[in-house]
Design a protein around this ligand. Structure first.
Ligand SMILES: Nc1nc2c(c(=O)[nH]1)N[C@H]1C(S)=C(S)[C@@H](COP(=O)(O)OP(=O)(O)OC[C@H]3O[C@@H](n4cnc5c(=O)[nH]c(N)nc54)[C@H](O)[C@@H]3O)O[C@H]1N2
Ligand SMILES: Nc1nc2c(c(=O)[nH]1)N[C@H]1C(S)=C(S)[C@@H](COP(=O)(O)OP(=O)(O)OC[C@H]3O[C@@H](n4cnc5c(=O)[nH]c(N)nc54)[C@H](O)[C@@H]3O)O[C@H]1N2
Ligand code: SF4
Ligand SMILES: [Mo]
Length: 743
């Protein structure tokens, strides 16, 4: 029997159907289905996603570290006993905040919500944050301060289909969301695709043959590029003054700042030729509704956001969009392309260190009282705000930080900035508990590993990049041994009981969702009109694209704009979500790269993604078909730069920065600027790009500057490899991480 569900990976949440083998499990086959985001398309990762279900090294038993340092199989009882003892030791040492929790944007809404609750009232700790801090935090912060709320795309993706222009700022969807490219067709046909990326990516190549323009700036200069575009829009009479007067505050100051960025000055700072900047500005102006165009969209991705001034960069993109009169109009808009499968829902229901469910602030007394009532606890039982991800991880194992950590749905040893330091902090913990379905690099360092279910074995909901809540459905049974993998809802329920928590924890995902819906009622991300049953019922015409429901979906005020749409597909049509209903422009300034070029580090290291791998690679490196295509870390480098450094195609190359060094195979390519090299961050060991990235933080969002730092690049010769203290220490962690699992 086929089960309709969605891909386990990215925020596009492509619709697919899973068919189990004859025995109910066995080989599971994937077929795409019609859904508004993917329209029957899937990328290579989606097609092969079922392979991870039967990966030979699937975790099937809990593991604990034994006296000689190996991970050995054990029972759930023994694993729980170790965990409870660890919690008691950590509390005795530093109180409830001695235990910390790190979650993930791939967890279902039910799990993200319950993990936040488990931290606050199961463990009583304020110390919870998650990997979405590395992903969406800058866009979320900028959206919140200008629009009054953060729903990555405040409109359905299908709206892009009629646009004259789409501008992608630091986003490469041709690799990161391939079926999304369908929605760029109309913009491309009208010559309106603008891509801003220091590399000529497959997305940048979509601008070829008159389809648009690729701006290839120096990394970290997006604010200047966006100010330059705004300048040209103002000078060219493209600013929508009437809209600005009616719907926006702060325009005068922003206008003054933009007027300083003449195209010639922009060219000097960013390297973008004046003509190309003018061409992009023209496209935007003639597409904008003010002159009667069909509409334009400005969309940001991680290339713009993962910077020490990423929030301001998104604000600059929002300022440009507002000047053109795009947000809050049907057929135009600003959006950010959320990344992880539940990157949107995962940032709404309480995994963030300062947040309660429904996108509420944990410091707001009314929010605390409401949530306390839903949870059946005293308001004083709910801790205050904790630390954001980088600070949280950085403090682990120090006298001020937690000595115990739970990780659910993240692999920060590979994906966190300056990952050598993160591994060091993990090694300093008293107890590391990791729940996963494979032995990720983070799980390999744990004292206790709990085996979880996989996507196709669980029920739940995900909220995709459009703010559309959809159903994840069980298609295959869980491995059924008594000591086999467990649903995380059950794990938290059982641990909460053992820890005498003051609140109960639902084990049925539909019940957890109902509680989430109640908790979210009246909040920004209001799910109170939704339930599993309702979402199932709305997916009537599944084959023609069962649609899910857009939040806010308020109980008793549910809208149904058309037969296929439930909830609120388009936000801000009448007013923005700010107190006065107006969008607040923020007058931002250009800022440099935190760790900028210097004589001993003369090239920029850029990081990002490849089509075949997902994130830390914990899942996709286990899919032979994908790993066969991209089996190892590489360094993309311009041929002229490589020649100057004596590097040839296929040589091992070391990229050394202030944080550390990563090694990859040289791939010579004209698709990158001569002053940059690029590494994907999907690989572990010495090829982990994050050994070299800079943890410098955005002051508003606490996003680390993953995307750019200064590096020395040289041919790597095994014999000459330094054996300093750092490397020795890292070797030790690697050895611990590499301990074999014994039966
Ligand atoms: N195949 C694949 N798909 C994925 C994922 C994956 O791991 N693999 N992950 C998912 C997730 S969680 C996310 S967040 C999304 C991310 O999706 P994207 O944002 O599209 O991905 P990235 O490759 O991280 O970054 C995009 C581009 O930013 C560019 N860039 C680097 N520095 C700068 C800069 O200073 N300015 C500008 N303008 N651009 C810059 C890089 O060259 C890169 O091409 O993808 C999702 N989809
Ligand atoms: N240098 C550099 N670093 C980056 C980025 C970059 O562009 N450059 N991008 C950043 C971004 S945008 C992101 S989103 C992060 C993501 O980075 P990670 O947090 O490392 O993401 P994943 O590899 O998806 O890790 C998820 C882990 O959880 C497991 N897992 C999946 N589903 C579940 C579940 O339901 N329950 C449990 N318990 N486990 C599950 C998977 O097997 C995997 O081991 O990386 C960030 N790091
Ligand atoms: S684009 Fe994203 S959701 Fe769609 S198949 Fe690929 S990984 Fe899955
Ligand atoms: Mo992400």
């Amino acid at each position: 029997m086929a089960t309709s569900t969605h891909c386990p990976y990215c925020a596009l949440q492509c619709g697919m159907r899973l068919t189990a083998g004859n025995d109910g499990a066995g080989a599971v086959s994937v077929t795409p289905r019609e859904f508004p985001t993917n329209r029957g398309g899937l990328c290579h990762k989606g097609w092969t996603s079922a392979a991870v279900l039967s990966t030979p090294d699937r975790l099937l038993r809990p593991l604990v570290r034994d006296a000689d340092g190996s991970l050995v199989k054990t029972t759930w009882d023994e694993a729980y006993t170790r965990i409870v003892r660890g919690v008691k030791r950590a509390r005795a040492r530093s109180g409830p905040d001695g235990v910390a929790v790190f979650g993930g944007g791939g967890l279902t809404n039910e799990k993200a919500y319950t993990l936040g609750k488990f931290a606050r009232v199961g463990l009583g700790t304020a110390m919870i944050d998650y990997n979405g801090r590395f992903c969406m935090s800058s866009a979320a912060a900028a959206g919140g301060r200008t629009l009054g709320l953060d729903r990555g795309m405040p409109f359905p993706l299908g709206d892009l289909d009629g646009a004259d222009a789409v501008m992608l700022v630091g986003s490469n969807p041709a690799e990161t969301m391939p079926p999304f490219v369908q929605h760029l067709r109309s913009a491309r046909e009208r010559g309106g695709l603008i891509v801003i990326d220091p590399r000529r990516t497959p997305s940048a190549a979509l601008t070829d043959d008159g389809a648009g323009v690729h701006l290839q700036p120096l990394p970290g200069t997006d604010i200047t590029v966006l100010m330059g575009l705004l300048h040209l829009v103002i000078v060219g009479g493209g600013a929508d003054e009437r809209y600005l007067a009616d719907r926006v505050t702060g325009w005068d100051a922003v206008k003054r700042s933009a007027m300083m960025w003449w195209p010639e000055a922009v060219e000097r700072e960013t390297g973008i030729p004046v003509d190309e900047l003018r061409c992009a500005a023209k496209i935007l102006m003639k597409s904008a509704p003010v002159v009667g165009g069909h509409g334009a969209y400005v969309l940001t991705g991680r290339g713009a956001e993962q910077h020490a001034h990423g929030t301001d960069t998104v604000s600059a993109a929002l300022n440009l969009a507002l000047a053109l009169g795009l947000p809050g109009r049907v057929g135009s808009g600003y959006g950010c392309l959320t990344g992880q499968g539940n990157g949107q829902g995962g940032r709404e229901h309480g995994q963030k260190c300062d947040q309660l469910p429904g996108y509420r602030k944990i410091t707001d007394p009314a929010a605390r009282a409401h949530i306390a009532e839903v949870w059946g606890v005293e308001e004083s039982d709910i801790p205050g705000p904790g630390l954001p991800a980088v600070q949280l991880l950085d403090a682990l194992g120090t006298p001020e930080g937690a000595s115990m950590l739970f990780v659910h749905g993240a692999n920060p040893v590979v994906s966190g900035p300056r990952s050598g330091r993160i591994a060091e902090r993990f090694a300093a913990l008293d107890t590391l508990v990791v729940t996963d379905f494979v032995l990720s690099e983070t799980a390999a360092m744990a004292d206790v590993v709990l085996p979880s279910l996989q996507w196709a074995e669980e029920e739940g909901t995900m909220t995709n990049l459009e703010g559309r809540v959809l159903r994840r459905r069980r298609a295959v049974p869980a491995p059924d041994a008594a000591d086999g993998p467990r649903d995380e809802l059950r794990i938290w329920h059982e641990l909460a009981e053992l820890l005498d928590a003051p609140a109960g924890f639902a084990t049925d995902p539909a019940d957890a969702f109902d509680e989430l819906a109640r908790a979210s009622a009246g909040g920004i991300a209001d799910y109170s009109g939704l339930s599993h049953a309702a979402l199932d019922a709305w997916e009537l015409a599944d084959d023609e694209g069962g649609t899910g429901a857009f939040w806010p979906a308020v109980r008793d005020a549910m809208t149904r704009p058309d037969p296929r749409t439930v909830g609120t597909p388009r936000l801000f049509l009448d007013r923005f979500a700010t107190p006065d209903g107006r969008a607040r422009m923020i007058d931002v300034r250009s800022a440099g790269v935190a760790d900028d070029l210097r004589p001993d580090a003369p090239l920029y290291l850029l990081t990002g993604r490849l089509l075949q791998h997902y994130q830390s690679g914990a899942q996709t490196r286990r899919v032979a078909e994908l790993n066969g295509i991209e089996p190892e870390a590489f360094v993309q480098i311009h041929p002229l730069t490589a020649a100057r450094l004596g590097i040839g195609e296929g040589d091992d190359v070391e990229v050394r920065t202030r944080s550390g060094a990563a090694v990859g195979v040289a791939r010579l390519s004209n698709d990158i600027r001569r002053d940059c090299v690029f590494m994907p961050f999907h690989f572990a060991g010495r090829g982990a790009a994050n050994l070299a990235t800079n943890p410098a933080l955005d002051p508003v969002s606490s996003m680390p500057e993953f995307k750019v730092c200064a590096a020395a690049v040289a041919r790597f010769d095994e014999q000459d490899a330094p054996t300093g203290d750092d490397d020795a220490a890292h070797g030790e962690h690697a050895a611990r991480a590499g301990q074999a699992v014994r039966a």
